[in-house]
Design a protein around this ligand. Structure first.
Ligand SMILES: [Fe+2]
Length: 266
């Protein structure tokens, strides 16, 4: 089983550019086309938050059109730029989101179980996992302890060293770690938010963030560093779920690059 992960698509209204500069719809259309051309085709695509930029229904309508060509099931979770109500209205018809409350869900029909978490706080860019959300996660993980599982969340549960983004991090990583440590079937935690690929050991598993389909956040580990974005190659991750339940993660970039070439002339 292969899980494709894209994230931080930041879709705006049709014809607009994010920050008057970034054509996020064009970037996402390219991502969708390239994922559709992968062989083997991923079994599922997950989008780990910041689906749109302001949470407006018109942005979600634009997003739905852009992801409609994907040839596999798509699951989305919210990020700090999303709006729960508008997201639910746009994607509720797909059947996996609860009708009320936090946008948390479990996907059961694949060999790898997928659990989506909602780390958002309305009106705030920071992330949170309150007691109610953690209790739901604990119960949900306890229900199928033998099934290898990925947990999807927008805010990574660790400090990255990119200080400006860490100020908008997750508020209860310690409580989350306690829950995860009780459930060793969690093979990987998939996050977004950082607009680049970062990994860390976490509570007995591996947690990581994926690149944005559009703009990347400048790699600057200076604590005084300002928040800047870059047009580094945009990318995605392919999580290859192996027969022993383990997960291998490949980080790749979009775009037309020279190659592939043979190593020797023939
Ligand atoms: Fe983002």
């Amino acid at each position: 089983m292969i899980v494709a992960q894209i994230t931080d698509t930041h879709i705006v209204r049709p014809g607009e550019r994010l920050y008057n500069r970034i054509d996020t719809a064009d970037f996402l259309a390219r991502a969708v086309a390239e994922i559709n051309r992968l062989e083997p085709l991923p079994d599922v695509t997950v989008v780990t938050g910041d689906l749109v930029d302001t949470g407006a229904p018109a942005e979600y309508a634009n997003l739905r059109e852009l992801v409609a060509p994907l040839r596999m099931p798509v699951y989305v979770i919210p990020g700090n730029h999303d709006d729960r109500t508008a997201l639910r209205a746009a994607f509720g018809g797909d059947g996996y989101l609860p009708e009320v409350g936090f946008l948390q869900f479990a996907v059961e029909q694949f060999p790898m179980r997928l659990i989506g978490l909602d780390t958002t706080i309305p009106g705030d860019h920071r992330g949170s996992l309150c007691a109610e959300r953690l209790a739901w996660l604990d119960r949900t993980l306890a229900a199928r302890p033998q099934v290898p599982t990925m947990v999807l969340m927008h805010h990574p549960p660790f400090v990255t060293g990119i200080d400006f983004m860490d100020r908008f991090g997750l508020d209860n990583a310690a409580g989350f770690a306690e829950v995860i440590a009780r459930h060793p079937q969690v093979e990987r935690i998939l996050a977004g938010h950082l607009h680049r690929a970062i990994d860390r050991r976490f509570a007995g598993t591996v947690a990581g963030t994926a690149p944005s389909t559009a703009h990347q956040i400048n790699l600057n580990l200076n604590p005084e560093g300002p928040l800047r974005f870059m047009f580094e190659p945009a990318g995605y991750q392919l999580h290859l779920c192996q027969d022993d339940g383990g997960v291998v993660t490949h980080t790749a970039v979009f775009g037309d690059w020279p190659g592939p070439y043979r190593f020797r002339a023939e």
